[in-house]
Design a protein around this ligand. Structure first.
Ligand code: DGY
Length: 325
């Protein structure tokens, strides 16, 4: 008998075809994710689940899916999944690292430039008919070239940001729990062991850490307080890494110059959120990996993880390899 899988959203056709060849597959085709209660129902007799970061995969869900062998998340991040619980139950969990690194770094740098040079605000200015003349004091932003960029988390994406920044003649600092001396030699980046030192000396700050209990609200009011008033703050990691109320206050009070964020504490951000009233923040809807090419590669990788799990093999990209050791 064919194994059964649930795919929680419409993904690349080729990836779906790969899965359909070997498994009985149900695909959730709505634009919005399956409500949690529906997901519980859908997984009750599946062997595999292809999930998205908007699907909560917790103990209750695993209880509802006694046959589940593999969870393949279509993302590099997997904070939506209770990994400890999956491991306890011998369920392999897969993710999609690598293929989205440069695409995500591109968006982080796009946000950095857009927020620094007030691109979105300037576009609104034009559309509102406010462009009356060339003005020596109109829409002045911050220079990117030769400025200091502080990267928090020099993983794969952080490294790609550093490369982009070096192309703009930026001075690059980084803070991480692990020092990377090879990256320092190759990219000319400087390690700063104290987070506050990086925060207070950088002109641009870009966050690239996973969401973990230790990184929740890593950046809050006291961190914004030590930043330069001219700083441009970028977050493309996870919304909960930043205390969004503190970010709002810092932007509103001019404690920092601007922000560019691709992620928010609650996604989607409420249309009534006061952040949306501010001119000095650029917000994109968690699209950092959203290029045609990258999303296809992520889908193919997720399909490969899923199929390996169904065959009882070690996933090519497994986040809890101890399950099979
Ligand atoms: C991820 O992969 O974790 C991103 O947030 C979405 O691509």
């Amino acid at each position: 008998m064919k194994p059964k899988v649930f795919v929680s959203r419409l993904i690349d056709r080729e990836a779906l075809d790969m899965i359909a060849k070997v498994a009985g597959m149900e695909v959730w085709r709505d634009e919005l994710p399956p409500p949690y209660e529906v997901l519980l129902e859908k997984v009750k007799d599946v062997d595999g689940l292809l999930s998205l970061l908007s699907d909560r995969v917790d103990t209750t869900l695993m209880d509802a899916a006694p046959k589940l062998k593999v969870i393949s998340n279509l993302a590099v991040g997997y904070d939506n999944i209770d990994i400890t619980e999956a491991t306890k139950r011998g369920i392999q969990v897969g993710n999609t690292p690598g293929v989205l690194t440069e695409t995500t770094a591109d968006i982080a740098f796009t946000l950095l430039m857009a927020a620094a040079r007030r691109v979105v605000e300037a576009d609104r200015h034009v559309r509102k008919g406010q462009w009356k003349t060339w003005g020596p004091m109109i829409l002045l932003g911050q220079d990117i070239h030769h400025a200091t960029l502080g990267i928090i988390g020099l993983g794969r994406i952080g490294i790609e940001i550093a490369k982009r920044a070096r192309g703009f003649n930026m001075n690059v600092l980084y803070h991480d729990v692990v020092r990377n001396e090879e990256a320092e030699r190759q990219l000319g980046v400087k390690y700063i062991s104290e987070l506050n030192e990086l925060l207070s000396t950088s002109d641009f700050i870009s966050v690239h850490v996973p969401l973990l209990p230790g990184t929740h609200h890593l950046i809050g009011a006291s961190e914004f307080a030590v930043m330069k008033p001219t700083v441009v703050f970028i977050n493309t990691s996870r919304g909960q890494v930043v205390d969004q109320k503190a970010l709002y206050e810092a932007l509103r009070l001019g404690k920092i110059f601007a922000a560019g964020i691709d992620v928010t504490e609650v996604e989607p951000i409420s249309i009534d959120d006061p952040l949306l009233i501010l001119e000095n923040v650029v917000i994109t809807p968690h699209i950092a990996s959203a290029s045609v090419h990258t999303r296809k590669n992520m889908a193919l990788m997720a399909a490969e993880n899923l199929l390996a799990g169904l065959r009882g093999e070690v996933l090519p990209n497994c986040v809890n390899p101890e399950v099979t050791q």
